[in-house]
Design a protein around this ligand. Structure first.
Ligand SMILES: [Cu+2]
Length: 119
């Protein structure tokens, strides 16, 4: 009986060690980012740009201009998401797209000029 308790005790310690040493505990965070855009093409562009490792889900809503992103916060920072989106020409609430990347957008996506194509 005493041996049994000893074994259980040892197992408990072993399990505690194993879980303590688990490297890079996954930390999945969902955040909402305001992203400027005007149409379904913008939606595809934004969501495709975010189709990268450590981003689990990215959905942009054309009406609310809200981008909901689910990502691995232990692997990347939120600012990286802003940079990716700005990199394809869309302003976020933290990072503005460069004039160069904005200039690459087709006419109907020029949200700074108030463009709104049918969606
Ligand atoms: Cu567009």
């Amino acid at each position: 009986m005493k041996n049994k308790i000893k074994i259980i005790g040892m197992l408990a310690i072993l399990m505690a060690c194993v879980s303590f040493n688990m490297p890079n505990k996954r930390k999945i965070v969902t955040t909402t980012i305001k992203v400027e855009g005007s149409c379904g093409m913008c939606k595809d562009r934004i969501e495709e740009a975010l189709d990268v490792k450590y981003i689990c889900k990215a959905i942009w809503n054309v009406d609310s201009e809200n981008l909901v992103v689910k990502y691995r916060a232990d692997k990347m920072d939120e600012i990286q998401i802003h940079n990716i989106v700005a990199g394809v020409g869309h302003d976020t609430d933290k990072v503005k797209a460069t004039d160069k990347s904005y200039a690459n957008l087709p006419g109907c996506c020029r949200y700074r000029e108030g463009a709104k194509c049918g969606h």
